[in-house]
Design a protein around this ligand. Structure first.
Ligand SMILES: *[C@@H]1O[C@H](CO)[C@@H](O)[C@H](O)[C@H]1NC(C)=O
Ligand SMILES: *[C@@H]1O[C@H](CO)[C@@H](O)[C@H](O)[C@H]1NC(C)=O
Ligand SMILES: *[C@@H]1O[C@H](CO)[C@@H](O)[C@H](O)[C@H]1NC(C)=O
Ligand SMILES: *[C@@H]1O[C@H](CO)[C@@H](O)[C@H](O)[C@H]1NC(C)=O
Ligand SMILES: *[C@@H]1O[C@H](CO)[C@@H](O)[C@H](O)[C@H]1NC(C)=O
Ligand SMILES: *[C@@H]1O[C@H](CO)[C@@H](O)[C@H](O)[C@H]1NC(C)=O
Ligand SMILES: [Zn+2]
Length: 330
């Protein structure tokens, strides 16, 4: 979504679509909004200063605009993790191997979750932390945001419905937009309603509780690694099951699309459901601090922040991999 207040002259400088696309991110946000507790809703509405019916969706793509500003350029590498695995034979994510010193989506989820719980941050920084958490929990469910190969598929040319594009782009946007027939806020609200129904009473009723396995708000890195590993597995099974040669230069609107759509629906649903649980857990931890539960909650959090920062300083790359500035376009 592009803010109406931007001068028109700036519009061509902005990316045409954002990761998962506007439709994907807004849908994740609407799903989360329908599962969060009332106190989480109040918490988010307060931080975002938005009590509208789309308070999470309204900020879901902020991070994709911010990364293209001078101030926000540092955050561009935080939208993905370049898993150096070998699809389609072997899919895996390794935090030490794949998350560089500058950070990645896994370290960013941990950092901004901690910052969201750090009550003495400025209102602006806390609001940014929440907007990043909402966005990155979406991105981490897109299989090509957790894959290094060809810059997360950006370097694999394909066509979709006759349009020349790349593999990353069709996973972000084209396939979901074809399914839904648009990408407006209302399209997202409608799609979210359908997916919420599948979670509550439909085909995911039995498995949705399992989606929360490994979720521990005190350990952002391990939690985000569970989600990254889950999404990355689809690179081998669905994104490039026949390797690059199976998709390069091909029209993917047929059988490929048919196989991808169930994965896209599932990943959007999981992202929204997990985001709701994650935000609820953050707010529960907050309450612990306010009411003095849990043996000095504030002290415990400070320790965790320090602990996490030590962790973040570890040398993470197994070797001097660096894909260069143009390699960071997931
Ligand atoms: C949560 O808010 C909704 C809508 O404002 C209200 O109908 C519901 O009773 C609330 N639930 C609780 C547990 O307070
Ligand atoms: C909150 O939003 C309202 C308009 O919706 C605005 O008037 C007010 O200044 C905002 N408050 C803050 C603290 O940004
Ligand atoms: C956490 O986020 C803040 C604000 O964006 C940033 O300045 C800091 O370097 C980050 N810390 C880590 C360890 O990533
Ligand atoms: C917030 O609290 C931490 C830990 O007490 C402290 O190190 C930091 O300087 C504080 N930040 C601000 C902006 O007050
Ligand atoms: C992909 O397409 C771009 C232009 O859209 C072209 O520059 C590039 O060489 C193509 N890559 C391959 C591997 O064909
Ligand atoms: C869900 O689990 C229940 C009880 O184990 C079973 O009866 C039902 O068929 C399952 N539904 C689906 C859609 O798998
Ligand atoms: Zn993104």
């Amino acid at each position: 979504m592009i803010s109406k207040s931007l001068p028109l002259a700036l519009l061509p400088l902005l990316p045409q679509v954002s990761a998962w696309g506007t439709l994907g991110h807004d849908t994740v946000a609407f799903i989360a909004q329908s599962f969060i507790s009332n106190s989480t809703a109040a918490f988010a509405q307060g931080i975002l200063n938005d009590t509208s019916s789309a308070f999470l969706a309204n900020v879901a793509t902020w991070a994709d605009s911010y990364r293209y500003t001078t101030e926000g350029a540092f955050s561009a590498p935080l939208h993905y993790i370049d898993a150096l695995d070998s699809p389609p034979e072997s899919c895996n994510v390794d935090y030490d191997r794949d998350c560089p010193e500058e950070g990645c989506i896994v370290s960013a989820i941990a950092n901004y979750t901690t910052r969201l719980q750090t009550t003495n941050l400025s209102a602006t920084e806390r609001q940014k932390a929440l907007k990043w958490v909402i966005h990155f929990l979406g991105d981490i469910h897109q299989p090509l945001h957790v894959e290094n190969l060809e810059i997360g598929g950006n370097g694999i040319n394909v066509t979709f419905d006759g349009t020349a594009t790349n593999l990353h782009h069709i996973w972000d946007s084209n396939m979901a937009e074809k399914l839904i027939g648009g990408y407006s806020l209302e399209d997202a609200r409608t799609w979210a309603g359908e997916l919420v129904q599948e979670i509550e009473t439909g085909k995911w009723k039995n498995q949705s509780a399992g989606w929360l396995t490994g979720l521990d708000v005190r350990n952002g890195v391990d939690s985000a690694m569970v989600w990254a590993t889950d999404a990355n597995s689809y690179v081998c099974t669905t994104v490039i099951p026949q390797g690059e040669a199976g998709v390069e230069g091909k029209e993917l609107d047929g059988a490929y699309y048919d196989a991808a759509i169930p994965v896209i629906q599932l990943q959007i649903a999981k992202a929204g459901y997990r985001l709701a649980a994650w935000l609820d857990a953050i707010v529960e931890a907050e309450k612990g601090v306010e009411h003095g539960h849990g043996g000095g909650g504030q002290k415990r959090k400070e320790f965790e922040l320090e602990d996490w920062m030590v962790e973040a300083r570890r040398v993470r790359r197994a070797f001097g991999w660096n894909c260069g500035a143009e390699g960071h376009r997931h």
